[in-house]
Design a protein around this ligand. Structure first.
Ligand SMILES: C[S@@+](CC[C@H](N)C(=O)[O-])C[C@H]1O[C@@H](n2cnc3c(N)ncnc32)[C@H](O)[C@@H]1O
Length: 263
C-alpha cells in the first residue's frame, strides 16, 4: 500500500515536471513543432457561429502554433498560457494576439464570455476535474470545447520504430484517446472524435530537434537527453526513408470536441 502511494506520488510529480518543462526551450519549440491542419481546426469549431468572428480561447497556447491556425480560419483568439517562457515567445511571434497568464484550472476571463475553448497538445496536462467546470463557466451558451493533438502515424513502420528509439526514462504511454476512452463530463455533451492526415517536412537533424522539444527529453539529465537525441539521429540516418535530405514525417491530427450542455 505504502509503495503504491509512493509510486502514485512520484508519477504525479513527474507529470507536473513534464507539464511545466517546455518554457526553457520555447524558441526551439516554436521552430520545430508542427502546425495544425486547417481542416482539423474547422472541424473542431464546426458548431461555433462564424459571423461575427468567434471568440476562441487557445488554452495552453504555448508559442502560438495552434493560435496561428485559429487566426487563419477567422477566429478572434485569446491565448492563455501559464508558462512565462512560452507566453513571451508567443507574444514575440504574434504581437497582435491578446495573451494572458492563466491555466485550464483558472482561466482569467469573465463568465460566459467566449464561444470556444481549444487546446493543442495540452489537454492531457490539465486537471480535468477542475478544468471542465472552469470551461463551462467561461463558455457562452452552446459553446464548444475541443482538444487537438498531432500524433506520429504509428501505422508507418519507420515511425513506430522511431517511437521506440526515442524513449527516455521519463517516457509514459501516450494518452489513450480511442473511441472507448473519450473524456466525459456531466456539463458537456458526449465527445466526438475525428482524425486528419497531416505531415511535417523534416530532415534527420530537424526531426531530432523536434523530439528535443518533447517533455520526455526535457526532464531527464543532460546526459540522457544527449544520448536519446544521438540515438534518434543515428537511427534516422540509418533508414532509407530518412537518411538523406528532406522527408515528410507522417502525422495524424486527432481532434475531440464537445458542446456545453444546455441546463
Ligand atoms: C506541448 S505544449 C502545446 C503548446 C501549443 N498549444 C501547441 O499546440 O504547440 C503544452 C502547453 O500546455 C501548457 N500547460 C501545461 N499545463 C497547463 C495547464 N494546467 N493549463 C494550461 N496550460 C498548461 C504548457 O505550459 C505548454 O505551453
Amino acid at each position: 500500500m505504502g509503495n503504491t502511494t509512493d509510486r502514485d506520488a512520484s508519477k504525479r510529480a513527474l507529470h507536473a515536471r513534464r507539464a511545466s518543462s517546455f518554457g526553457a526551450h520555447a524558441m526551439d519549440y516554436a521552430e520545430h513543432r508542427p502546425d495544425y491542419p486547417l481542416a482539423a481546426i474547422r472541424w473542431a469549431l464546426e458548431a461555433v457561429p462564424t459571423v461575427p468572428a468567434p471568440i476562441v480561447v487557445d488554452l495552453g497556447a504555448g508559442t502560438g502554433k495552434l493560435t496561428e491556425g485559429l487566426l487563419a480560419v477567422g477566429a478572434s483568439v485569446i491565448a492563455v498560457e501559464p508558462d512565462d517562457g512560452m507566453r513571451v515567445e508567443l507574444m514575440r511571434r504574434l504581437p497582435g494576439v491578446r495573451a494572458l497568464e492563466g491555466s485550464a484550472e483558472e482561466i482569467p476571463l469573465p463568465d460566459g464570455s467566449v464561444d470556444a475553448i481549444v487546446a493543442g497538445q495540452a489537454f492531457h496536462w490539465f486537471d480535468q476535474q477542475r478544468a471542465f467546470p472552469e470551461f463551462a463557466r467561461v463558455l457562452c451558451k452552446g459553446g464548444t470545447f475541443a482538444a487537438l493533438w498531432n500524433t506520429d502515424d504509428m501505422r508507418v513502420d519507420w515511425v513506430a520504430e522511431l517511437g521506440r528509439v526515442a524513449r527516455s526514462d521519463a517516457s509514459a504511454p501516450p494518452p489513450e484517446l480511442g473511441d472507448a476512452q473519450l473524456p466525459e463530463h456531466p456539463l458537456f455533451e458526449i465527445f466526438e472524435r475525428a482524425e486528419f492526415p497531416h505531415t511535417q517536412r523534416r530532415t534527420a537533424e530537424s526531426l531530432a530537434a523536434t523530439i528535443g522539444t518533447h517533455s520526455h527529453t526535457l526532464v531527464v539529465s543532460p546526459q540522457q537527453r544527449a544520448e536519446v537525441l544521438r540515438r534518434v539521429t543515428e537511427y534516422l540516418r540509418s533508414r532509407p526513408e530518412t537518411a538523406e535530405g528532406e522527408f515528410d514525417l507522417p502525422l495524424v491530427t486527432l481532434v475531440l470536441r464537445a458542446e456545453l450542455r444546455d441546463n
